[in-house]
Each structure stands twice: as C-alpha cells, then as structure tokens.
Design a protein around this ligand. Structure first.
Ligand SMILES: NC(=O)c1ccc[n+]([C@@H]2O[C@H](COP(=O)([O-])OP(=O)(O)OC[C@H]3O[C@@H](n4cnc5c(N)ncnc54)[C@H](OP(=O)(O)O)[C@@H]3O)[C@@H](O)[C@H]2O)c1
Length: 259
C-alpha cells in the first residue's frame, strides 16, 4: 500500500479553519489514503523549514503567513507570482512549490456569470488578489490610503464615486463579518444594485447585510462559502497532482460544510 499522505494548514490563529473538515471528508469519500491537520505557526519565516521538518506532502497557508509562504517557497508558480501571496504549498520531489488558489478559486465561482463590468468593494489583501484575475475591475473603498496600491485602476471612495453601472459587485471588506455594517453607505449600494445582476461576498458563515440588500434587488448572489470551497478544490488538484472534476468535488465540500 502507498504511504499515507499528510497535509495541513498553517495559520495563526488556525483553530477556526474549515480546511481540515473539508479535505478529510473528501479523502474519506474518495478512499484516498491521506489526512489533513492544522498547525499553529507563530513565526511565518519558519514556514518552509517547518514544512520540511514535518515531512508533509502539502499545505495550505492562511492569515497572516501568505506573504511569508511567497517569500520562502523554493519556487512560486502562476498568478501567485503577481499577487505576492501563496496559500498552497506542494512538495515536488523535495522542492516546495507555492501557488495561490484564492484568486483562481474565485474565478471558478463566477465562471457561469455573464458579466463585463465589475466593481470590487474594499482595497485590502483579498481585493488585491482578485484585482489580478479581474484586471478591468474598478475599486471602491471607504478611505483613500489603501487605494494607492491600485495605481493602474479606476478607483473611488464613498465621497467621489460617480459610476454606478456594473454587472457584478464584489464585497471584499470585512464589513458585516462581526457586525451588521454594509461595506458602503446604503444609498451607494442601492444605486449599484439597481443596475447590477450579480453580487458576491467573500465573507462566509452568515448572510451579510450586503447580500441581504442585494437579494432585495433580486440580484443573483454567492457567499464566501463558494470561494472557500473552490480555493480548496483547486488546492486539492495541486496536492494530488491531477485535474479533478471541480463541480463534483465542490459538491462534496458543500455537503460537509452545509451539513
Ligand atoms: N471566502 C474566502 O475564502 C475568503 C478568503 C480570503 C478572505 N476572506 C474574507 O475577506 C475579508 C477581507 O479580508 P482581507 O484580508 O482582504 O482584509 P484587509 O486586508 O484587512 O482589508 C480590509 C478592507 O475592508 C475595508 N473595511 C473594513 N471594515 C470596513 C467597514 N466597516 N466598512 C467599509 N469598509 C471596511 C477596509 O477599508 P479601509 O481601507 O478604509 O480600512 C479594507 O479595504 C475578511 O472578512 C476575510 O474573512 C474570505
């Protein structure tokens, strides 16, 4: 029998992560001889030495270590090179390769949407990652400071937004995560939702005020659970070194997360 493969997630904190639940359920369902754990890592600069010391086959990386994983990986491939952050590490014959499946997973979520004009709300790490896979998107942020990171983009703050014509509105802020805030004033969102067809939130675990409002305007919506699932499906493709039937694997992940 083949040796058991070991995977884990590095983060700080890491106890809240749904990745072990998702991936272990998949291994069990598919009869794959592997297991997936979590590792509380304090010093991000030790991520690759820990990976090698633990002799694991692959890992995911969550807050706040994604930039460290990018810096320390033996090689970085794909969109992760542009984003500057790695959320998936794979052991390829002793060489630790870094990928970013957050942004790729997001594209998979909106694959069936028919959109041209996109507005990203927020200007933090998630907005940055998504802006690489949605290069024509405009950005709306509460304050000016972080918009400096989006020099080549059309950007607005709440005070100067003058374009409300978008098909797809994405909330990447943490507004609504631990409170009932909207990511922008209702008057702005209502003008946007009147014209838009789709609204996606990256927050998961609850229906946010942003998505509740979008539903009032009959928009087609997706929550952060979809992004979580698809970043996991794509990470699994890297872990197993093969293409998967993404829709089918996603259904397995949804099954355990919703249950
Ligand atoms: N579903 C998934 O798989 C997934 C993956 C990654 C992240 N996420 C979620 O994405 C969210 C953002 O993470 P991040 O790492 O990108 O955060 P971040 O880098 O800290 O950026 C936070 C952004 O949110 C804005 N913001 C915060 N509170 C706000 C409020 N009350 N009203 C309006 N804007 C507000 C900030 O605006 P200012 O610049 O004005 O401060 C900033 O643009 C988190 O909720 C995280 O859980 C989900």
């Amino acid at each position: 029998m083949e040796n058991k493969k070991i995977f884990l997630i590095f983060g700080n904190p890491v106890s809240h992560s749904k990745s072990p639940l998702m991936h272990n359920y998949f291994f069990k369902k598919e009869n794959i001889n592997a297991c997936y754990g979590r590792y509380l890592l304090t010093n991000g600069n030790e991520i690759i030495s820990k990976f090698k010391e633990l002799k694991i086959n692959g890992a995911n990386v969550t807050v706040p270590h994604k930039e460290w994983a990018y810096k320390e990986a033996d090689e970085v491939r794909g969109i992760a090179k542009k984003i500057g952050a790695v959320n998936t590490l794979v052991n390829e014959n002793g060489k630790i390769i870094g990928y970013n499946t957050d942004a790729e997973g997001f594209l998979e979520v909106i694959k069936e949407f028919n959109y041209k004009k996109v507005l990203i709300i927020g200007a933090g790490g998630t907005a940055k990652a998504l802006s690489f896979v949605l290069p024509k998107a405009n950005i709306l942020n509460r304050s000016e400071e972080r918009l400096k990171d989006f020099q080549e983009k059309v950007t607005f703050t709440w005070n100067n937004i003058n374009n409300f014509d978008y098909d797809l509105i994405i909330n990447t802020t943490s507004a609504g995560l631990n409170d009932d805030n909207l990511p922008a004033p209702a008057i702005i969102l209502e003008k946007l939702f009147k014209k838009a067809r789709y609204a996606v939130d990256v927050i998961y675990g609850k229906e946010t005020p942003f998505l509740k409002l979008a539903k009032k305007y009959n928009l087609i919506t997706k929550s952060g659970i979809d992004m979580l699932v698809y970043q996991g499906v794509m990470a699994m493709e890297y872990f197993l070194g093969k293409k998967l039937n993404r829709k089918k694997v996603a259904e397995i992940y949804f099954e355990i997360l919703k249950g």
